[in-house]
Write a protein that binds this ligand. Sequence first.
Ligand code: TEU
Ligand code: CA
Length: 540
Amino acid sequence: TQNLNWWKGGIIYQIYPRSFMDANGDGIGDLVGITSKLDYVASLGVDAIWLSPIFTSPMKDFGYDVSDYCDIDPMFGSLSDFKALVDRAHQLNLKVMIDQVISHSSDQHPWFEESRQDKTNPKADWYVWADPKPDGSPPNNWLSIFGGSAWKWDSRRLQYYLHNFLESQPDMNFHNPEVRKAHLDCMRFWLELGVDGFRLDTVNFYFHSQGLEDNPPVPAGEPKTLGAPEDNPYTYQRHVYDLSRPENLDFLKDLRALMDEFPGSTTVGEIGDDFPLKRMAEYTSDGDKLHMAYTFDLLNKPHSPDYIRDVLENMQNIVGDGWPCWALSNHDVVRSCTRWGANEDQKAYPLIAMALILSLRGSVCLYQGEELGLPEAEVPFERIQDPYGIPLWPVFKGRDGCRTPMVWENTNQAGFSTVEPWLPVEARHLPLSVAEQEAAPDSLLHKVRQLIHWRQKQPALINGELEQADVKNDHLIALIREYEGQRVLVVLNMTGQVQVGELSMAVDHALEGHGFASSLEGNTLTLPAYQAYYAVVSQR
Ligand code: TEU
Ligand code: CA
C-alpha cells in the first residue's frame, strides 16, 4: 500500500543535474546520466530525489532562469528521457521532485520578450514594470540579492523592470491572475507526467507591494535576513514590501488545491526571509498551503549545542504544527564539511550532524556528495562559472565550490564524464569517490547508508513530536521523539570530547543498529566523541 504521507519525515536526495553524471560525453551532466545512477541513490535508503532545474534555459543562472516551463533543456535531454527517469525512479520506490522557479523567468522567455515590447501588449502586465522617478532613477530602493538595484532600465519599453536576482531573471507579476494560472497549468503538466512534487524556489518572492514603497533599513540589534551573505547590502534591508506579501497565502491555497488532485504529491518551499520561521508557520500550517518549508537554520554556521537548542526552541514556539525540511548542504552554500572547519574529523562530524537532522521533527534534504563527506572544491578564478561569484571574487567566491562533479571513481574525470567537465573535478575529492568508499567497509558512505536504513524503520524519528530533554550536560543534545505512545530518547554528542550525561527517565531498551557506540551504567550515559545514543524510554 502507498503511504500518501511519505514526505512527512521523508528523506530527499538533492541532485544538481549539471554535475551528477554525464552520459553523452559533453562534460555536462544529463538525465540519462542521472537515470543510470538511480540504483545508487536508492541504495542509500532515501525516499525521493529533488532535481535542480532541468527546464529549457539560457543557463545564465544554471537553470534557475527558465525560458520554457514545460520542456527539458536539450543539454539535459528530452521529455522522453525525463519520463524514463521518472519510471525508473518509481520502480526503485523513489519519488521525483522537480524545482519550480516561477517567481522569475528568464529574460529570454517568450512571455518576457512579448512583455517588454510596449505598454499595451497582451503580456504587458505579466512582469513588474514601473516608471522612473522624475530624475530618472529607479522607482524605489529595492535591492537584488546578487548585487545592486533590483530595477533594470529597459530602453525599448522606457520603464524599469524588477529583478530580485540577475538582470536576466525578471520578476513575474503574480498580481496578474493570468500569470498565476499559467504557472499552475505548467505544474499540472508535470504532475500529469508523473512527478511527485515540487521544490518551490523563492516561494515568498512571488508577490510585491503594488505601492512600490521603499524598504526600511534593519533596525539596530534586530536579526538580519537569513541566507544572504554578511557583506551584501541586501542583508541590511527589511524586506517589507518586496517579498512575503499577504496575497501569497491565497495563491498557495490555489496551488494546494491542485496538489490535492494528485494524492501523495508534495511541495517544499524555499523561504529566504527576514523572519523565516514565522513565514514557515504561515505557509505550512492548517494543511491547506505548502506541505513543508525548507529551513536555512543549519546551513550557515558550525552548530554549537546552544545554537541547536535555540533553533529547536524557536521551531517549536514559532512554527508549531508547521512542517520544516532540514538541510546541512545545498547547491548555494559552501559544502558542510568545509563550513564546519577543515580540522574537524572528516568522517565523524558529518555523520553525527546527519544523525541530528535525521532525528529532528521534519523532513530532510541531503545534497549529492554529502554522503561522501566531500569538502568544498577550490575552483580557480579562470574556471569560475557562477554569475553571483564572478563580480565579487575573491571576497565571495560564488557557488561553484559545491557544484563540481560528483565523484564516482578515483579516475581522471571521476567517472563523471569522458571529457573535461564544465567545472573541474576537485583532486581532493578523488580518494572519497563512491567506488573507493564502497570498497572500504568502514567508510562514511557505508555508515551513512546504515544510519539512513535504520532511521527509516523508526516511526518515532520519522513522525514523532519533539521535546528537548535534560541529561545534565549542556554539551549534549537530548531530545524525546514521541509517536503513538512510543517515546524515543535521542542523545547526541556533537563534540570532539567524551561526554557524560545523567538520564532521568527509565530506559526500556536501547535501540541498536544505527552504528553509534555508547555505554550506559545505571543512569550514567557515556558518549565518546561524535557518538549518539537512542533508546525507548518510559515516562518518569
Ligand atoms: O536561491 C535563493 C537565494 O538566493 C536564497 O538562498 C537567498 O540567499 C535568500 O533568499 C536570501 O534571503 C534560489 C536558488 O537556490 C539559487 O540557486 C538561485 O540562484 C536563486 O534562487 C534564483 O533563482
Ligand atoms: Ca551530457
